[in-house]
Design a protein. Sequence first.
Length: 189
Amino acid sequence: MRKSGGRSGGRGESGDRPAAGGAKKRRRKRGGGGGGGGAKRQPTLTSLPTGRAAYVETRRWLLDQHGPVCAYCDRSVAERSITLDHVTPRKGLTAYDRRDNLVLSCKTCNAQKADKPILVFLLASRARVVAMYKYGQHLSHQLVEMVKDLLPEHERPALPSRAQAGGKRRKSARELFGADDGPSPYLDD
């Protein structure tokens, strides 16, 4: 007879349990342990779904924005062979699967970068910094600012227009809402 609710105070050894109970315990252990029964833990560090469909959508969005161009070496490659790369290596954390951490990459650059920190990878080649500046403007603010800091202003290339890649240009806040020349409501008087 199996009791509901997990461990029983009367049984001290797992050898007293039936085989089905032992198998259940092993499954729980593999899933990260920590009680709570059979309910799956939901990821809490990501704001977007990270399943295969989300990757396909992000890949399509990046292809629409830039075409099949590597964000590290600026080479055009066949659309079917371009890959998605995590700029900040994910190392099993789903928070890094977001669109603002993914770029298109040729297979060669993706393999060379592997799990290296992005700064180490970029500093090995000036051309990589220039390419990342051109094709990484959708990345998180911290990554964009880091790349800007690596390129003096006079060396920054013109950003490719989305019309060249077949995408639509997103309107700026100024275009949407007009100029904001009034005093900030957040300043203390």
